[in-house]
Design a binder for this molecule. Structure first.
Ligand code: TYM
Length: 322
């Protein structure tokens, strides 16, 4: 299968990005043809400082490689290094119904708050559709918040295909049930825009302090508690082994424990889990030429594929001599 996904360089990556998406990229790279990119064009809809954007793109590449994305198995590249995607975006835009885009949550959330949205945010799902369709992608590993955009992509592909013939491969979202909506420090969905994130590469002591400040309910210690509805338990489960999970589940069901103890366990288990990636990241950081080379080879490979899909789409709609 061809697997494709993108991630925006709009800040440092957090646990939600990893368990909802990045971990899937890494798991899929073993047996599938993975294309993973840093969505800098999408990031332009929020970041308008060139130095900041460049820094985040560099961080994103280092983070993905340190977490285990292997350039020998998967193709890693920067979105804007494949201009064919923007060209394909235009072809899709000509057939994209306004109503479909008006229903998309990023745009709707902003305008419902009375904020003015720009055209880039409005057409964001069309660019995302071009990202997916440009590589004949079958599977798109994402968190729950991106499923609507993949539905838009499928709608656009379906209508293009029914008008012009079978041009695009129909993609499918891939979600991990227990990690599609990782909670943040306040129990809501972890998100850069909610300021409730736990960073993958935060300084370990700071991270531990943040974990100790995660909000909890105020039920008495003695009460038995349902682990399935508790966000601390949900976070713990992402990092822990089956035995560790079962042990903590039993403690919840029995009652008579303090959340401070659970937080300490979460801090320990996440620290052990993240430590090897911290070491790898430091090594990669000292070798910027290697990272630049990985991205440039990745872009060359991605471009080749996108070029052939673009030509197919252009010919189908009457551009370019056949
Ligand atoms: P972005 O950059 O907001 O997020 C990157 C990935 O992380 C997932 N994610 C989460 N998963 C579980 N729980 C959470 N709390 C959580 N927060 C974030 C997101 O679902 C996503 O998979 N539009 C995309 C980037 C993109 C893209 C694409 C993705 C551009 N083109 C083509 C797939 C295919 C975005 O903004 O993701």
């Amino acid at each position: 299968m061809r697997v494709l996904s993108g991630i925006q360089p709009t800040g440092r990556f957090h646990w939600g990005n990893y368990f909802g998406a990045i971990k899937q990229y890494i798991d899929f790279q073993e047996a599938h043809d993975g294309y993973y990119f840093i969505a800098d064009l999408h990031a332009l809809t929020t970041i308008r400082d060139p130095l900041v954007l460049r820094g985040y793109v560099k961080d994103a590449a280092l983070d993905l490689l340190a977490l285990g994305l292997d350039p020998e198995r998967a193709t890693l590249f920067v979105q804007s290094d494949v201009p064919e995607v923007s060209q394909l975006c235009w072809l899709l835009m000509t057939g994209a119904p306004l109503g479909l885009l008006e229903r998309c949550h990023a745009y709707k959330d902003k305008t419902s708050k009375g904020l003015r949205a720009d055209v880039g945010l409005f057409t964001y799902p069309v660019l995302m559709s071009a990202d997916i369709l440009a590589y004949d992608s079958n599977w798109v590993p994402v968190g729950e918040d991106q499923v609507q955009h993949i539905e838009v992509c499928r709608d656009l592909a379906r209508s293009f295909n029914s008008h012009y013939g079978e041009v695009f491969t129909m993609p499918e979202a891939k979600i991990v049930p227990g990690a599609a909506k990782v909670p943040g420090t306040d129990g809501e969905k972890m998100s850069k825009s909610y300021n409730n994130t736990l960073g993958l590469f935060e300084e370990p002591k700071e991270l531990r302090k943040k974990i100790m400040r995660i909000s909890t309910d105020s039920r008495p210690m003695e009460d038995a508690k349902d682990p399935e509805t508790d966000h601390l338990f949900q976070l713990y489960r992402l990092f822990a082994s089956t035995e560790q999970i079962e042990e903590l589940r039993a403690i919840y069901l029995k009652g008579g424990f303090g959340y401070g103890e659970v937080k300490k366990r979460l801090a320990d288990v996440s620290d052990t889990y993240l430590q090897p990636a911290r070491v790898r990241r430091a090594e990669l950081e000292s070798n910027p030429a290697l990272v630049a080379d990985i991205l440039s080879k990745g872009a060359a490979k991605a471009r080749e594929r996108a070029r052939s899909v673009l030509l197919r789409a252009e010919r189908a709609c009457g551009l370019k001599a056949t």
